[in-house]
Structures are given as C-alpha cells and as structure tokens.
Ligand binder design. Structure first.
Ligand SMILES: Cc1cc2nc3c(=O)[nH]c(=O)nc-3n(C[C@H](O)[C@H](O)[C@H](O)COP(=O)(O)O)c2cc1C
Length: 214
C-alpha cells in the first residue's frame, strides 16, 4: 500500500481508505478493504487516519500516530479517485474525530472537488444490533453532500446472505463483542475485501468517465 505523502501528488490513481480506530477493529477492516483495492491493477490504496479529539482544547496529538496509518491531509482527499470511510460506531453514529475532519472539508465542497467520485463506508460495533446500519447510513450523508457516488455491498456477494456476524448492504461491518476482542472473521474479511475491490473498479470507471467529459 502506498505511503507517499499527499504533497508529492498522485502517481497512480488511489482510493483513500480513511478510518478512525481506538481498539483496532476498524483498522483491521480498513486494511482488508485496502487489500481489495490493491487487487485491482492500475490503482492503489492510501491508508490514512485522523487524530483523536480531546475535551481539553490545548491537547495536541503527536505528529506521527503510535500505530496504524499516518494522519490524513486535505490533499489526500482532494486527489483521491475514491474514498472508503471507516469509523467505530459511537451511539449509532460515526466517531467525532472523523466527523471533525469532514467538517474541515468545506473548501473541497465549494470547489466540487469530490463530485462523481465513488465512496463507501465501514464500521465496527460492540453489539450486533448496536447501530451498524444507522452508522453507515449517517456516514454516507456528508459524502452525498460532496457529490460522491455511494456504493455499498451488493447481494451478489452472497456472504451477505449467510453471515452470522457483520456485513450489510450499506457497507462492511464487524461485530467486535462487548470487550472489543472478537477477531474480524472470515465472512467480514471477505466482504471488506469485496467492498474494496468494487470501489477500486468504480473509481477507475468514474475516472475514465470524468476524463472523457473534460
Ligand atoms: C463512546 C462510545 C460509544 C459507543 N457506542 C456504541 C454503539 O452505539 N453501539 C455499539 O454496538 N457499540 C458502541 N461502542 C463500541 C464500539 O463501537 C466498538 O467497541 C468498536 O468495535 C470499536 O472499534 P475500534 O476497535 O476500531 O476502536 C461505543 C464505544 C464508545 C467508546
């Protein structure tokens, strides 16, 4: 997976896999989804995260996170060919750090920078009925405001019909359990991979469409 900085500009088209994760479950889904992106030739995955937000306004995050991907910059989003957005469920909605980042993207919205780029979302919860679908459906709202084309997981991925854990047509999900220690299982991995692969294919198709229009 590419780690080149945003300021160097895109070499290959890339899908930005942007996530927030405290206990690691959403990060595991992000990495699996990124593998699906990279199974498509001609496009890369760029994994990025966002810093935590703190009720103490003077608190600052280290420049490099202790673990996982480096922090996203606006240019990572501006130049992406597709976006996969991942968040733990927090009271049935996305986590504040990710929402905080999205709330800084009005410049991209004003320029229509993300119009006609595909996007998808993924999440992790403690409990099976703890709000996976509501989180995914609310995550797509700001993406639609940006003019992005939302892609979920189609039922042609038949794992959706048989999974006993995570997996929704709105996006991949993971059941982490009450202690957050349940591993991402084979069905959840398969769906995350398929979601990434599909997003990459759509990203290439929509890039061609935009080029033909220009
Ligand atoms: C403030 C807060 C709110 C949460 N709300 C929910 C919830 O509504 N439903 C749920 O099932 N789990 C909820 N959880 C649990 C997390 O979604 C779950 O542990 C998730 O797997 C964490 O993902 P991560 O390992 O990527 O940090 C909440 C956790 C926190 C800290």
């Amino acid at each position: 997976m590419t780690d080149h900085t945003a300021s160097s500009g895109p070499i290959l088209p890339y899908v930005l896999v942007l996530y927030y994760s405290r206990q690691g479950a959403t990060r595991t889904l992000a990495e699996q989804l990124a593998s699906g992106v990279e199974s498509v030739s001609g496009i890369e995955a760029r994994l990025r995260t966002v810093p935590a937000v703190s009720p103490v306004s003077e608190a600052t995050a280290p420049e490099i996170p202790d673990q996982g991907a480096i922090y996203v910059e606006e240019a990572d989003l501006r130049h992406c060919s597709g976006l996969a957005l991942g968040s733990p469920t927090r009271f049935g909605n996305m986590a504040a750090p990710l929402k905080y980042f999205l709330d800084t993207t009005s410049g991209l919205w004003m320029n229509g920078a993300l119009v006609d780029r595909p996007a998808t979302a993924f999440t992790s919860t403690a409990s099976l009925h703890g709000g996976q679908e509501s989180t995914l459906l609310t995550m797509l709202i700001p993406l639609l405001h940006h003019g992005m084309v939302y892609a979920g997981v189609p039922y042609s991925e038949t794992t959706l019909l048989s999974t006993q854990s995570g997996g929704t047509p709105y996006g991949t999900s993971h059941l982490a359990g009450p202690n957050g220690d349940r591993e991402v299982d084979a069905d959840e991995r398969r769906l995350a991979f398929a979601q990434g692969r599909r997003l990459a294919e759509l990203a290439l198709a929509l890039t061609s469409m935009r080029s033909a229009r220009a």
